[in-house]
Design a protein around this ligand. Structure first.
Ligand SMILES: [Fe+2]
Length: 337
């Protein structure tokens, strides 16, 4: 009996420990960033706002029964998460990145030097560091309300500037620009209001002098070989995601004995299958098996649509929709190899 109690206690403690996200320490003291950001803002931002995101994230993860998922996994499939998980996983990830790339410097004109490799990428993608700075400033200044400006490594290993609302970021499947952020600028008012009030532009100039290009360079090098970037590339296939959404509506209802969505949407499913077959398959999964499965998927969706048109019996419709579902899962499986 005692053993069972210990086991239960240990399991609960381990599960709690394993799932909890924690507030990271800052690299420097709150007053070390004074030249750009005052100590009070740093303290409130880190110890109140970021701590709040971490606390709410742990609560939201627990309520959504997503314990054990990595932070990246929570972000990747943000469209399937509750708004509490989406906002707070983004809040935790984004602020952690923000603290990492800030460093106090006594020389405002020399905010560190990017690595040769990052310098080359900046020259190739923007022309110069000045153009990059301008694009980041515009992205940050134009972000309406609260949000972030980003320097992102895209799946095809290019650098782009983007911005996102609230606590969204480019890892999320809801983001227009997908990739790994290597530099993020917080443009929520809580990041600057005490010293700069409504002068977001002055805050952006101050942030520029605090950027640690050594850390950004390390993040750039890591992003180029990151499995997460490859995963984003594989998942960044809008036609497949749309097909999946339509199929899910049809299939789950059919499984529960309701064939109405199937009868109503077989044409839409067939149309999506044609679009999927014509779409650009993401590079990491561009292989003959995928193309063959997509051809079979389109044919089977055509058969299903014709059966619906002929008002076929329930048994035939179920057989056909299960076949469509199986072929789609073959494609999904090939994506995850
Ligand atoms: Fe913030």
């Amino acid at each position: 009996m005692k053993g069972i109690i210990y086991l239960i206690f240990f399991s609960i403690s381990w599960a709690t420990f394993a799932q909890d996200f924690t507030l990271p320490e800052l690299r420097f003291k709150y007053d070390a960033y004074e030249q750009g950001i005052d100590a009070k803002t740093m303290e409130i931002h880190h110890s109140k706002h970021h701590r709040g995101y971490v606390r709410k994230l742990n609560k939201a993860v627990s309520e959504s029964k997503l314990q054990g998922k990595s932070l990246e996994d929570l972000l990747m499939y943000a469209s399937d998460r509750t708004s509490a998980v989406r906002n707070n996983s983004g809040g935790h990830y984004n602020h952690t990145l923000f603290w990492e790339i800030l460093t106090p410097t006594t020389d405002k004109s020399a905010p560190g030097v990017p690595s040769k490799s990052l310098q080359n990428a900046i020259s190739k993608n923007f022309g110069s560091m000045d153009v990059l700075r301008k694009q980041l400033s515009v992205a940050a200044a134009k972000r309406f309300g609260s949000g972030w400006a980003w320097l992102v490594v895209t799946p095809n290993k290019e650098l782009v500037v983007s911005s996102s609302p609230n606590q969204d970021n480019p890892i999320m499947d809801v983001s227009d620009v997908r990739g790994l952020p290597i530099l993020g600028i917080d443009v929520w008012e809580h990041a600057y209001y005490l010293r700069y009030q409504n002068k977001r532009g002055d805050y952006l100039s101050a942030i520029w002098s605090l950027l640690d290009w050594g850390v950004v360079s390390e993040k750039y090098a890591a992003a180029l070989n990151s499995p997460l970037l490859t995963k984003i590339e594989k998942e960044n296939w809008p036609e497949k995601n749309t097909f999946h959404k339509v199929l899910a509506q049809i299939f789950h209802s059919a499984e529960n004995g309701d064939l109405k969505p199937l009868r109503n949407m077989s044409g839409a499913l067939y149309a999506q299958a044609i679009l999927l077959q014509d779409s650009d398959v993401p590079k990491p999964i561009l292989k003959p098996e995928v193309s063959l499965s997509l051809v079979r998927l389109e044919k089977k969706c055509g058969v299903l649509n014709r059966l619906v048109g002929k008002n076929a019996r329930e048994k035939s419709l179920m057989k056909a929709v299960v076949a469509v579902h199986d072929i789609f899962h073959e494609v999904q499986g090939l994506c995850h190899d």
